[in-house]
Write a protein that binds this ligand. Structure first.
Ligand code: BGC
Length: 384
C-alpha cells in the first residue's frame, strides 16, 4: 500500500466528548437531571490540548479534526463569549504550530441550551442562529481552519434524539424524524451560504454516516431490492439534498449490514467475530464499497471518522491497517479520497454509553487524567 505524500492521516474528536464542563449545552442539562451519564471534566482536553496534540504528532499524524462547542461561544442568544473565542484561537494556533492540517466541526450532537429550548433545529430562528454562528466562526478562524464540517451525522442525530428518543430532546416518532432531517438540510444550506459569504473559497461539507449494505441471501431479488432502497434512503437522501452545497464529503464509517427481506438484518450488534467491545462487526471491505458508492458525487472525500471501542487493544492495529488498505483500494478504483481520520484521538465520553467504551489511540486514565499511547497507535505510526 502506497500512501501519497499529501494524504491526510489524522484523528478526530468532538468538543463535548473530550473537553469537559460544557455547562451551557443541552447534554449537560440532561446529565445533571440524571437522564444521561455525567460527562464532568471528560478528558479535560480543554486544558490538556497541547499535550494531546503533541501525542498525536508523536504518532506521525498530519491532521486533526476537532469540534467547536456552540454553547461555549454563544452561551446566551446573540451574546458571544470572547474568552471562549480566544480559547479556541489558542487551540487552533497550537494545532498549526505543531504542523497539523485542521478540520473543524460546528455541530456534533449538542446544542446550546437556549437553542434546544427554542425547539432545536426544528425552529427557524435556531437554524438562522446556527448559520450566524457558522459565519462568525469563519470570520474569526478562517486563517486557521482548512475544512469546515457544519453537521455531524444527521441521521444518527435524528434517530437517537427524535426516533429512539435516547438523546436530547428525547422525542420519538417518524414524523419528528422526517421533520428534523428536512430541518438539518435547511440548517446546513443556510450555514454553507453564510460561510461562503465570509469566504467563497472556504471548504465546507458535512460528516455523513454511511454504512455498507449487502443482501443477506446472494442473488435473492427481494433482498437486493431492500439493499437498494435502504442505501438510497440512509446513504444518499441527505447527500442528494445538499449536492450543490458541499465542497467535499466527510464519511463516517462504522457499520456493515446484511439485509434480508422484509425486515431482517438491521441489528448492528453482533456476536459474529471480529467485533468491537460494543458488538460492532469489523468489515474493512465495507469501507471500500461505501467509498466507491460516493464516486457518483464527483467531489473529494475525507474519511472523517472510522474506529472501534477496544479496551484491550486486541483489534485496533489490524483494524487500522485493513481499513487504510480499504481506503487505498477504493482510491485506486477512482474514489477521490484525500484523508483518513481515526475515531478517536483519545478515549472519551461515548454519549449515552458514558466512559465505558474506549475508542482512543491514546488511553485516558480518568481519575488521574494520565495519557498513554496504545500499542495500536505505535502500529499506526509504523504504517505512516
Ligand atoms: C460519532 C461519535 C461517536 C462515534 C462512536 C460517531 O457516530 O460521530 O461522536 O463517538 O460514532 O460511536
Amino acid at each position: 500500500m502506497q500512501i501519497p505524500k499529501d494524504f491526510l492521516l489524522g484523528a478526530a474528536t468532538s468538543a463535548h466528548q473530550v473537553e469537559g464542563e460544557n455547562i451551557n449545552n443541552d447534554w449537560w442539562y440532561w446529565e445533571q437531571k440524571g437522564k444521561l451519564p455525567e460527562s464532568g471534566v471528560a478528558c479535560d482536553h480543554y486544558h490538556k490540548y497541547q499535550e494531546d496534540f503533541a501525542l498525536a504528532k508523536s504518532v506521525g499524524l498530519n491532521a486533526q479534526r476537532i469540534g467547536i462547542e456552540w454553547a461555549r461561544v454563544e452561551p446566551e442568544p446573540g451574546i458571544m463569549d470572547r474568552g471562549e473565542i480566544n480559547h479556541y484561537r489558542n487551540v487552533l494556533k497550537e494545532l498549526r504550530k505543531q504542523g497539523f492540517a485542521i478540520m473543524v466541526t460546528l455541530h456534533h450532537f449538542t446544542l446550546p441550551r437556549w437553542a434546544s429550548e427554542e425547539g432545536g433545529f426544528l425552529s427557524n430562528r435556531v437554524r438562522i442562529a446556527f448559520a450566524d454562528f457558522a459565519g462568525m466562526m469563519v470570520a474569526e478562524f478562517d486563517d486557521l481552519v482548512d475544512w469546515w464540517i457544519t453537521i455531524n451525522e444527521p441521521e444518527v442525530y435524528t434517530a437517537m434524539g427524535y426516533g429512539k428518543g435516547v438523546w436530547p430532546p428525547f422525542k420519538k416518532g417518524l414524523w419528528f424524524m422526517y421533520r428534523v432531517q428536512r430541518a438539518l438540510v435547511k440548517a446546513h444550506k443556510l450555514a454553507f451560504s453564510k460561510i461562503k459569504n465570509q469566504n467563497p473559497k472556504a471548504q465546507v461539507g458535512i460528516a455523513k454516516n454511511n454504512a455498507a449494505y449487502y443482501p443477506a441471501r446472494m442473488g435473492n431479488p427481494f433482498d437486493q431490492l431492500l439493499v437498494w432502497c435502504v442505501k438510497a434512503i440512509r446513504n444518499h437522501t441527505f447527500l442528494k439534498a445538499i449536492v450543490k452545497y458541499q465542497d467535499f464529503i466527510g464519511l463516517n464509517f462504522y457499520f456493515t449490514h446484511w439485509l434480508s427481506f422484509p425486515f431482517g438484518g438491521f441489528d448492528i450488534k453482533t456476536t459474529r467475530k471480529p467485533h468491537s467491545d460494543m458488538g460492532w462487526f469489523i468489515y474493512p471491505q465495507g469501507l471500500k464499497d461505501v467509498l466507491l458508492e460516493l464516486k457518483q458525487y464527483n467531489c473529494p472525500i475525507y474519511v472523517t471518522e472510522n474506529g472501534l471501542a477496544d479496551t484491550a487493544d486486541n483489534y485496533r492495529g489490524d483494524y487500522l491497517r485493513d481499513h487504510l488498505g480499504a481506503v487505498f483500494a477504493a482510491k485506486e478504483l477512482g474514489a477521490d479520497v484525500r484523508g483518513y481520520f481515526y475515531w478517536s484521538l483519545l478515549d472519551n465520553y461515548e454519549w449515552h454509553e458514558g466512559f465505558g467504551p474506549r475508542f482512543g489511540l491514546i488511553a485516558v486514565d480518568y481519575p488521574t487524567q494520565t495519557r498513554t499511547l496504545r500499542e495500536s497507535a505505535k502500529i499506526f505510526k509504523e504504517l505512516i
